[in-house]
Design a protein around this ligand. Structure first.
Ligand code: ADP
Length: 497
C-alpha cells in the first residue's frame, strides 16, 4: 500500500480495520470475505475491506430495526437530533483534509474539487437537515362533512431505510441520503459502492463520535448484486433510496414490488442538454460547457454531455471549447495541480473508451481526445474528448457514457432545439445560455428536466431539490422535498362534537 506517511488520512488507512459497521461495532463478514479497493491513478490496491453478504445485510437490518423500535433516535427530542446532526457537520469540516484525501485516493477525483465542493457540501447537508429536525410540522384540515371533527396530519419516520449509493461522490452521496433520513427519525443501513467504500466507513466513525446512537446508522461495504440486492428485497426494510444507473434502478423497483412494496426513491442516469444560444455570453457559455462535462471526469449524473449550439456560433463555440481542453492538466487526484483525475476503475475506463470507438464508427467527428493518457502510467486516465457534428440518433447522443466525452450538436432555432433536447429517455438536468430573459424562462419551462440551469451549471445546494423527469428517477432529494421521502404522513381525525 503506497500511501504517503504524511497524509492526514494515513492513520485511518493503516489503523482502522475496514470492516462492516453494524449496531455500533466493527464486524467481519459472516463468511469472512473481503474485497480490494484500488487507487485508480495507479491501479494499486489501497485497502482490503470486509465484503457484506446476505447474512450481514440481515444482521444490519435487525440492528437498525432494534434501534428503531427502541426509539433511541426516533424518540429523541427533535432539538437533540438537530444538535447531533449539526455536530456531524462540524466534525466533517474539522476533518476536511482527511475526507478529501480519502475520496481523492479511492475515487481519483481532484483534491481541490473535494475541498471546494464535496466536503463543504457534505457538512452543509448535515447542517441543513439539522434545521429540519425541529420543523417536521403537520397541518390541520378544515373538514366540511357534518359533525365536529379535528383533523390533523403528523409526519412520522418511515422506519428502517436502506440506502444504496454510487462511487462518483462517495462522501457527498452518503450525506444526501443519511442526513435527511436521520433528521426525520429513521434508522439506516447504508451500502456504499464497492469501488469507493472508504469514506462511508470513516463517516460511520464520525456519526458515532457525534453521538448518533448505536444501530441507527449501519454501513455495509459490499457488492451491488449481493448486498445491494438483498437490501432492496429485504422484507424488513421499509424504504429504499437509490442513486446509480437507470438499469439498476429498475431492478430496485422490481425488488420492492416483488417483496414488501417498500417505498422507493431513485436518482438515476442522465444525458443532459447544455444549450448555447447565439445571443449568449460565449466566454461564459464555453466555461459552463467545460465544467458541465469535465467536472469529476464527466462521472456525474447531471453531466452536460449533449452540447447544443445554435448554428451561427457553432464553429466558434466548438473551437473555443477545444482550445480550453487542450491545456487541461491530467494527473492523480492528490496532486493539487490536477484538473482531471483518472476514471474510477478499469471497467469504467474500458466502457468510456468503448463509447469513443462507437462515436467514431457512427461517423461523429472526433475533435480532441479520444484516447487513454498512457504517459501517466497504469492509471485509468482518459483524455477529455469532444465529438462534433453529432446526430441525435447516434448512441453517443442517446446513452449515458459517464465519462469525459462531449457530443456537440448544432441547432437552428428554438423549436428545433426543444424537440432535440427533449428527445431523450432521461430528464435530470438541462443548462441554457442566453442573454434574452424571455427566452431563458420560455425554454426553461419547455425542457423536460428536474433542474434547469440558466447561465450557470452544476450549482448544487442542500436547499435545492434534486431528481429527474422520465427515466432519471422517482422523487426529489435535497430541500424540503427529501422530507417526503423519509416520512409517512399520518392523518388523525378526532370527533370533538
Ligand atoms: P454504476 O453503473 O455507476 O457503477 P450502479 O447502478 O451499478 O452504478 O451502482 C450504484 C450502486 O448500486 C452501487 O452501490 C452498486 O453496488 C449498487 N448496485 C449494483 N447492482 C445492484 C443490484 N442488482 N441491486 C442493488 N444494488 C446494486
Amino acid at each position: 500500500m503506497a500511501v504517503a506517511e504524511d497524509l492526514e488520512v494515513a492513520p485511518f488507512l493503516k489503523g482502522q480495520p475496514k470492516k462492516l459497521f453494524i449496531g455500533g461495532r466493527w464486524a467481519d463478514a459472516a463468511d469472512g470475505k473481503t474485497f480490494e479497493t484500488r487507487d485508480p491513478s495507479t491501479g494499486e490496491v489501497l485497502a482490503h475491506v470486509a465484503e457484506a453478504g446476505a447474512e450481514d445485510v440481515d444482521r444490519a437490518v435487525s440492528a437498525a430495526r432494534k434501534s428503531y423500535e427502541h426509539g433511541s433516535w426516533r424518540e429523541l427530542p427533535p432539538a437533540e437530533r438537530a444538535k447531533i446532526l449539526w455536530k456531524v457537520g462540524d466534525l466533517i469540516e474539522e476533518r476536511a483534509n482527511e475526507f478529501a484525501q480519502l475520496d481523492s485516493l479511492d475515487n481519483g477525483k481532484p483534491i481541490n474539487e473535494m475541498l471546494l465542493f464535496d466536503v463543504p457540501l457534505t457538512a452543509a447537508t448535515f447542517r441543513y437537515y439539522a434545521g429540519w429536525a425541529t420543523k417536521l410540522d403537520g397541518a390541520t384540515q378544515q373538514t366540511s362533512f357534518p359533525g365536529s371533527y379535528l383533523s390533523y396530519t403528523r409526519r412520522e419516520p418511515v422506519g428502517v431505510v436502506g440506502q444504496i449509493i454510487p462511487w462518483n461522490f462517495p462522501l457527498m452521496m452518503a450525506a444526501w441520503k443519511v442526513a435527511p433520513a436521520l433528521a426525520c427519525g429513521n434508522s439506516v443501513v447504508l451500502k456504499p459502492s464497492e469501488l469507493t467504500p472508504l469514506s462511508a466507513l470513516r463517516l460511520a466513525e464520525v456519526l458515532q463520535e457525534a453521538d448518533v446512537p448505536d444501530g441507527v446508522v449501519n454501513v455495509l461495504p459490499g457488492f451491488g448484486e449481493v448486498a445491494g440486492a438483498r437490501l432492496a428485497a429485504h422484507p424488513e426494510v421499509d424504504k429504499i433510496a437509490f442513486t446509480g444507473s437507470t438499469e439498476v434502478g429498475k431492478l430496485i423497483a422490481k425488488a420492492s414490488a416483488d417483496s414488501n412494496l417498500k417505498r422507493v426513491s431513485l436518482e438515476l442516469g442522465g444525458k443532459s442538454p447544455n444549450i448555447v444560444f447565439a445571443d449568449a455570453d460565449l466566454e461564459r457559455a464555453v466555461s459552463g460547457a467545460f465544467l458541465g462535462i469535465f467536472f469529476n471526469q464527466g462521472q456525474v449524473c447531471s453531466a452536460g454531455s449533449r452540447m447544443f449550439v445554435q448554428q451561427k456560433v457553432y464553429d466558434e463555440t466548438v473551437d473555443e471549447l477545444t482550445n480550453a481542453v487542450k491545456d487541461m492538466q491530467l494527473g492523480p487526484g492528490l496532486d493539487p495541480m490536477t484538473q482531471m483525475g483518472p476514471l474510477v476503475s478499469q471497467g469504467q475506463m474500458e466502457r468510456v473508451l468503448g463509447y469513443i470507438t462507437t462515436g467514431t464508427s457512427e461517423g461523429a467527428r472526433l475533435v480532441t481526445g479520444g484516447k487513454r493518457a498512457t504517459e501517466l502510467g497504469e492509471g485509468y486516465f482518459v483524455r477529455p474528448t469532444i465529438f462534433a457534428d453529432v446526430d441525435g440518433k447516434m448512441r453517443i447522443a442517446r446513452e449515458e457514457i459517464f465519462g469525459p466525452v462531449l457530443a456537440a450538436i448544432p441547432f437552428a432555432d428554438e423549436d428545433d432545439l426543444i424537440a432535440k433536447a427533449n428527445d431523450s429517455i432521461y430528464g435530470l438536468v438541462a443548462g441554457l445560455w442566453t442573454n434574452d430573459v424571455r427566452r431563458a424562462h420560455r425554454v426553461a419551462h419547455a425542457l423536460q428536466a428536474g433542474t434547469v440551469y440558466v447561465n450557470c451549471y452544476n450549482v448544487v445546494d442542500p436547499s435545492t431539490p434534486w431528481g429527474g423527469f422520465k427515466q432519471s428517477g422517482w422523487g426529489r432529494e435535497l430541500g424540503p422535498y427529501a422530507l417526503d421521502l423519509y416520512t409517512e404522513v399520518k392523518n388523525v381525525i378526532v370527533d370533538i362534537g
